[in-house]
Every structure is written in C-alpha cells, then in structure tokens.
Design a protein around this ligand. Structure first.
Ligand code: C2E
Ligand code: MG
Ligand code: MG
Ligand code: MG
Length: 285
C-alpha cells in the first residue's frame, strides 16, 4: 500500500535523522577533548605568486584525527565547534600553532618574508580579547603583522556590525591583512564591501572549476579581478587543479594561486622541506 510505503519511508528518514543527531552528539563530546588529547593538527597549503613563480606563503587548514572514526573534515566539525563555543579555544590554538610554525620555517626561507593565512570563524570576532591575543601571538613568535593574513567569509564581513569594522581596523593597524574567502558565492550585496579594510579576494574554487566547463566561470572571475583592481586589492585563485585553468587565470590577470596543481595541503615537516627547497631554488643562478 502506498500509505504503508509512505510510513516506512518516513521511519527510515527519522531513523537516519536520529543517527545523525547521535553522531553529532558524540562528536560534540569528543571535540571538547580533542584539543587536549592532541587530535587536532594543521596542514599547510602553499600559496604561490605567479610570474615568476615564487612561494608567497601558506594557508593553515585544521585537521581532526578522531581515535575511532578516523579523519573528520573541518566542514563537519567547525560548525560543531561554533555551536558549542569551542571555536574560541580551537581558533586561538590554530593562530598560535600556525604562527609558531611559520617563525620556524622562516629561518630556512628565501630572503623575503613568508606569510601565513589563517581561517577565522565569524564567531571569533565576538571575542573581545581576539585582537589582543593575536598581538601577543605575533610578539611571542617574532612575526611581523604583515606576515599574518586572516581569512573571513563574505557574509561574516558584509553582515558584520560596527564592532566587526572596528576589529578589522585594529588588525590593519597591526599590519595584518584581511582576505575574503570563497569570494563570489555569498548572496550578500557587495555595496558594503568598501566600508571594510579588505586586502585580498580569494576566488572560490567553484569558479575555477567552472573554467573547464563553460564561460560562466571566466566571466565571474573577470568581474572579481576588475573589482579587486579598482579597489587596490589582490586576488588569489584557489582550487587550481589543471594547467589549463592556470593559463586561463594568468591571462585574466590573477597574481596568486593555490591548488592541488601546485601542492596539496602538507604536514608541518613536509611544508618545512617545501620552504627549504624554495630557498635552494632561489639561490641558484
Ligand atoms: P577554505 O578556507 O576555502 O579552504 C580551501 C579548501 O579547499 C580546503 O579544504 C583545501 O584542502 C581545499 N583545496 C585546496 N586546493 C584544492 C584543489 O585544488 N582542489 C580541491 N578539490 N580542493 C582543494 P579543507 O581543508 O577540507 O577545509 C574546508 C574548509 O574548512 C575551509 O575552506 C575553511 O572554510 C574551513 N577551515 C579549515 N581550517 C579551518 C580553521 O582553522 N578555522 C576555521 N574557522 N575554518 C577552517
Ligand atoms: Mg580559507
Ligand atoms: Mg576558500
Ligand atoms: Mg570554505
């Protein structure tokens, strides 16, 4: 009977929902301890400047190695960290760890200062001690402000309050750069963008991907590059996987690139070797 089938589907559906709710509850409990237990760690993906191709810096990306469930994606656990408020401790740890690593690698680096991009959740901006904490981390690691770049999403910025603007201004005073991550996918209006001190637009991976499919990606990237140029912002394209995408981005005037074509996110030791290899490369005639 159609009615019975409907019932069965409904109960399967609610069982599925119950399972997901349970999984979430377990993850929530486990995430509380993950930091102390050393289950969280960072990987670092190189960001390159084009023509000539040089290492500009890295983006720090958080990882969770769960003792029984294996690797859990940040797309899954960052939202849990936000809902539980754990994002404040976790986020602070990410900044400290990433800055500490960069200060170590800088000793092996080519002559110019490398940079570290760190993703910030909107919620971290509600912490009244955030700027002070970041300042302390910079002092402790000996990095200069312009070696740190904070990535925020478009909606975090555009829906931000006067307080958001104040915090971003304070970061800028410290020399820290602000990037808009996943730029172009937000549904928010761009009209408030100029109110905030933005240094970089990171083109969302979806548009780079689209370059291989039809003209939509190309058109969108053209608009983003023009917008950036008119406001003296730099553009980073992320998620580049093919040489063809790279050539198209280069011809569109994109200056910074990041993606599997160059390197996947690397463990700290591998990232350090990557820096060392760049240093050697640059010293050769
Ligand atoms: P995101 O900041 O936009 O980071 C880029 C994502 O694209 C990363 O996924 C990276 O591994 C992936 N990626 C890079 N190049 C390629 C490529 O060529 N092809 C493909 N298919 N993917 C590529 P990941 O590491 O899974 O991170 C997902 C998201 O989780 C990040 O997106 C960011 O929004 C969030 N996230 C990661 N680490 C942190 C963190 O420390 N704090 C906060 N608040 N969010 C984080
Ligand atoms: Mg990012
Ligand atoms: Mg992104
Ligand atoms: Mg993202």
């Amino acid at each position: 009977h159609a009615k019975n089938q409907g019932k069965r589907r409904h109960s399967l559906f609610s069982q599925q929902m119950q399972l997901e709710a349970m999984e979430r509850l377990i993850l929530e409990g486990d995430l509380r301890q993950a930091l102390q237990r050393g289950e969280l760690f960072l990987q670092y993906q190189p960001i390159l400047q084009l023509s000539p191709e040089t290492l500009s810096g890295f983006e720090a990306l958080i990882r969770w190695q769960h003792p029984t469930l294996g690797r859990i994606s940040p797309d899954k656990f960052i939202s849990i960290a936000e809902e539980t408020g754990l994002i404040h401790d976790i986020g602070q740890w990410v900044i400290a760890e990433a800055c500490h690593q960069l200060s170590q690698w800088q000793q092996h680096a080519p002559a110019h200062a490398l940079t570290m991009n760190v993703n910030l959740s909107a919620l971290q901006l509600t912490n009244p001690h955030l700027v002070e904490t970041v300042h302390e981390i910079l002092s402790a690691t000996g990095l200069s402000g312009d070696q740190l770049k904070l990535e925020l999403t478009e909606s975090t910025i555009v829906t931000g309050s006067a307080e958001t603007e104040k915090i971003l201004q304070e970061f800028r005073t410290l020399g820290i750069h602000i990037c808009i991550d996943d730029f172009g996918v937000g549904h928010s209006s761009l009209s408030r963008l100029h109110e905030f001190p933005i240094d970089t637009l990171k083109i969302d991976r979806a548009f780079v991907n689209r370059l291989s499919i039809d003209r939509k990606g190309l058109e969108m990237i053209q608009i983003i590059v023009a917008l950036a140029q008119s406001s003296e912002m730099t553009v980073v394209a992320e998620g580049i996987e093919t040489g063809d995408q790279l050539r198209q981005l280069q011809s569109l005037g994109v200056e910074y690139v990041q993606g599997y074509l160059f390197s996947k996110p690397l463990e700290a030791e591998a990232a350090c070797r990557y820096v060392q290899a760049q240093g050697t490369k640059n010293r050769q005639p």
